[in-house]
Design a protein around this ligand. Structure first.
Ligand SMILES: [Zn+2]
Length: 403
């Protein structure tokens, strides 16, 4: 088992020509050298030289599977996708989701570990290391692990790979990159989880190859990953996309951040449960009461969704209202950034069908132009794994030049 990654691997890709050719082979392979030269306007000798290096480094292999126009079959190039693996981690509130992907973003292995309650920084780092070791030990086919990407909720210093503030754990300054680098001799990248979700959807999901997209992660909290010209946008100090704390209702409920009427205080999972409980306490009937056996303490977003699926009018209307709140958050995004599409992921997005009517209704009534009103809103394709896959893309981005 070879776990060593050589810095040379990434050094090799520092050339735009190399990583662009590699990406062309990834997207269009099997492809011939001549076709690459034609599409990149590089000279055939340049292409040949670069391809030679890519074959030597095992990223590319030759194949003769192409269609021949009679006579000898042409030698084509394709990505040696299963030679290299990447680990992606999504750090949620209660659990860490680990995936192993090959160079095509195919799922090769996965693992989920629970995070203990009120974790310390060491607990978080130890759970991460444990999950990674488990996955590394399982792969015995000689694959080379290129790197580890981590999607972390809250505010992340992307340069230094530090989780500056993880609100679900009330932890500050977790040195994820530094600690994982000490333990594993690999490239380590850390990014906010809504941004990794957006990256994952952009590469392997419902990003539709658009340059300007926004991914909105609606779970316990709400965050957005903003992609402009195919690149994630971080802002000056990594807080771009914190739309969970955009004010929707000045006299709305208090948010965990201390302000009133933030989007996530109205449309996040706990907010949905809190609204349900408040209304049920006034004596309204809902199937929710049957599901929880009248124990309002255990009502959560999932229960509301379950009741809605069973046709409960109360829950359907509640989710519809949640959709209208989300719609206001999204129309603010649309008027600020004018994205080509918005992708909704995270736990609450499972109630997508119930949310969508409210979202679309709000967009239609508030959008400034016809196009703004009709901005495509789609649900995540990668679902629960979107953020973990997107964490793998943090490493793939270092290898393949997509734009
Ligand atoms: Zn807030």
């Amino acid at each position: 088992m070879s776990l060593k990654y050589t810095r040379g691997t990434f050094q090799l890709m520092k050339s735009i020509n190399r990583s662009s050719i590699l990406n062309m082979i990834r997207e269009k392979g099997p492809i011939s050298r001549a076709e690459i030269a034609k599409q990149t306007s590089l000279t055939p000798p340049t292409v040949s030289n670069i391809v030679k290096e890519l074959i030597e480094s095992k990223f590319v292999i030759e194949t003769t599977q192409g269609t021949s126009q009679g006579g000898r079959k042409p030698t084509l190039l394709e990505i040696n996708a299963d030679q290299f693996y990447i680990i992606g981690i999504d750090v949620g509130r209660y659990k860490m989701n680990f995936v192993v992907s090959n160079l095509f973003g195919d799922l090769k292995d996965s693992n989920v570990l629970r995070i203990k309650e009120h974790p310390t920084k060491e607990d978080i780092l130890n759970t991460m290391k444990k999950g990674i070791h488990t996955l590394l030990e399982r792969e015995k086919n000689g694959q080379k692990f290129l790197g580890i990407g981590v999607g972390m909720h809250g505010i992340v210093d992307v340069e230094k790979g530090i989780s500056l503030f993880a609100p679900s754990f009330q932890l500050y300054d977790i040195p994820i990159k530094l600690e994982l680098e000490k333990e594993f001799d690999m490239l380590i990248k850390v990014e906010n989880d809504a941004r990794t979700m957006t990256l994952g959807e952009s590469w392997f999901g419902h990003g539709n190859n658009e340059d300007h997209i926004v991914g909105v992660n609606v779970g316990h909290g709400i965050g957005a990953g903003i992609m402009i010209n195919g690149r994630l946008f971080h802002g000056d100090s990594d807080i771009a996309g914190e739309i969970g704390h955009v004010t929707i209702d000045l006299s709305g409920p208090k948010c965990t951040c201390g302000n009133y009427g933030c989007l996530q205080a109205l449309a996040g999972g706990p907010a949905i449960a809190a609204r349900a409980i408040k209304e049920l306490k006034t004596g309204k009937y809902s199937r929710i009461l049957d599901i929880v056996d009248s124990d309002l303490e255990i009502v959560d977003g999932k229960v509301v969704y379950e009741a809605a699926c069973a046709g409960d009018e109360f829950s359907i209307e509640l989710l519809n209202q949640t959709g209208r709140y989300l719609g206001i958050g999204l129309i603010n995004l649309i008027h600020t950034l004018n994205p080509e599409r918005i992708i909704i992921g995270g736990g609450v997005s499972r109630a997508g069908d119930f949310l969508m009517d409210g979202i679309k209704e709000t967009l239609h009534s508030r959008g400034l132009t016809k196009k703004a009103k009709e901005t495509p809103i789609v649900l995540s394709k990668l679902g629960e794994n979107a953020s973990a896959f997107g964490s793998c893309v943090l490493i793939l981005e270092e290898i393949f030049e997509r734009h």
